[in-house]
Design a protein. Structure first.
Length: 469
């Protein structure tokens, strides 16, 4: 039988401590120690609430806050760490506090709170801080997209659907198409923050506290909006964590889309971009290689972000109210997703910042694949032809060109007339990349004025830091 663990927060009714197997499974300090900062913040706020209701006198509050501050310094310096016998961050820090303040004073802090409401609050505080760092990285990413769009303004390229040539677009328009999903991710984080800022502190184990402590005071001290409405929901819900992981996964998915394009664009077949030496790698056997590893890693780690979301949601499925130990599985996916994004985003942003676009190559390919066919069909519509008929006439143009090995603009006047008497020589007005792009000037279109509109709006969100003096 295992010996009794005197550092345990729950062992008073047990005749012995947990078995080694039980202790090893139960132990969480190897990952939840990174919440120590937030545990100590909660302890400070909780001490204030205890003092407000008379459970600590003024002198005791002063001494307790002083002890918490001293413990905080030791944690930051690394001189205080969890022991093998500490079950979790909470038990380790209570042990540390009692070592400084003594058992009589340090032992008072546990009144009116539970590890259940503590951890539910601490993971929220961690995510709220992490969200700010992720937002900074998103804004930096958007900034680099807008800088590249400005640098390459007016450059045409093939736009694609089904990865086939579709219609010409501006490179700037294409780049900014990767900015708007991240803008929506910023909006998701802002919306999520309103829910995450509700404090579970004061919910106790599940039913609230009978000591009359003010959860509003604790929420205010922690910088949160207020207490959760239901104590059982407060301790058992982790939808705020799964929602956060969804946003992290969506950020990764959106980054992965650009990553895939950069990988393809860097191939010899495409030749759209040149990779900077600082943001690419070589091969141990092939001296000529220059690989887009950052984009590949960003694409690969997206699977990890999606996996973390799936892992937590699977753990949460069918859990009864209120607290269950399954909820311990919320922290590692959250920590890993934050670490992954904060590793990937600066690297991908740096890769984007240092890219050189082969603009001549992109512009030469813009009209390929009969990408101006839609412009012909729409020109016919403007001449009064029903779109069904215009589509058929333009399809015959494409078919004729394929048979003769010509481009649309190479057809002679007689060949055009043979296809349809509706195809007068004036159709050549739209058989140019510049004309095609210029014509798409409604909101959201690829025409230069509309792209400049996008840039102006994005600049309000992510102003250029490289221009600051």
């Amino acid at each position: 039988m295992a010996s009794k663990n005197n550092d345990s927060l729950w062992g008073s009714r047990f005749s012995s401590g947990p078995s080694d197997e039980m202790a090893n499974l139960s132990k969480s300090t190897h990952f939840d120690w990174r919440l120590a900062k937030y545990d100590l913040l909660g302890s400070k706020a909780h001490a204030e609430a205890l003092a407000q209701k008379g459970y600590l006198n003024k002198g005791e509050l002063t001494e307790l806050l002083k002890a918490i501050k001293q413990l905080e310094k030791r944690v930051v310096a690394g001189s205080f760490k969890p022991k093998e016998t500490d079950e979790d961050v909470h038990s380790a820090l209570e042990r540390g506090l009692i070592e400084i303040a003594g058992g009589d004073l340090g032992g008072k802090l546990r009144a009116g709170r539970s590890r259940n409401d503590q951890i539910a609050t601490e993971i929220r505080l961690f995510m709220l801080d992490a969200a700010e760092e992720i937002e900074k990285q998103i804004l930096s990413f958007i900034e680099q997209l807008t800088i590249q769009a400005e640098t390459n303004m007016g450059v045409a390229m093939p736009g694609r659907t089904h990865f086939q040539h579709a219609q010409p677009v501006l490179l700037a328009h294409h780049l900014l198409a990767h900015a708007w999903p991240q803008v929506r991710n910023l909006q998701r984080l802002e919306s999520w923050r309103a829910r995450a800022k509700q404090s579970p502190y004061g919910a106790g184990a599940l039913a609230g506290s009978s000591l009359g402590l003010d959860p509003n005071l604790i929420a205010e001290k922690l910088g949160m909006a207020g207490p959760e409405k239901n104590s059982m929901d407060a301790t058992s819900s982790r939808d705020v964590a799964s929602e956060f992981l969804f946003i992290c996964a969506q950020v990764g998915i959106d980054l992965s889309s650009l990553s895939e394009e950069l990988i393809i664009w860097s191939t010899a077949e495409f030749g759209y971009i040149k990779l900077n030496d600082e943001f690419s790698t070589g091969s141990s056997i092939m001296p000529q290689k220059k690989n887009p590893d950052i984009a590949e890693l960003a694409r690969g780690k997206t699977g990890r972000l999606v996996g973390n979301l799936t892992s937590l949601m699977t753990s949460l499925k069918s859990l009864p109210l209120s607290y269950n130990r399954d909820l311990q599985e919320d922290k590692e996916p959250v920590f890993d997703s934050v670490d992954t994004l904060l590793l990937v985003m600066p690297a991908l942003t740096g890769m984007l910042r240092t890219l050189e676009f082969e603009t001549n190559r992109m512009e030469s390919l813009a009209p390929e694949g009969f990408s101006l066919a839609t412009d012909v069909a729409e020109w016919l519509v403007r001449q009064g032809v029903a779109f069904k008929n215009a589509h058929e006439i333009t399809g015959k143009m494409v078919s004729t060109c394929e048979q003769l090995g010509l481009k649309l603009q190479d057809l002679s006047d007689s060949q055009l007339k043979e296809i349809s008497d509706k195809l007068t020589p004036e159709v050549r007005e739209v058989l140019s990349v510049s004309g095609s792009i210029k014509s798409r000037d409604r909101a959201g279109g690829t025409a230069l004025p509309r792209v400049l509109d996008q840039l102006m709006e994005l600049r309000k969100l992510a102003p250029r830091t490289d221009l600051e003096s």
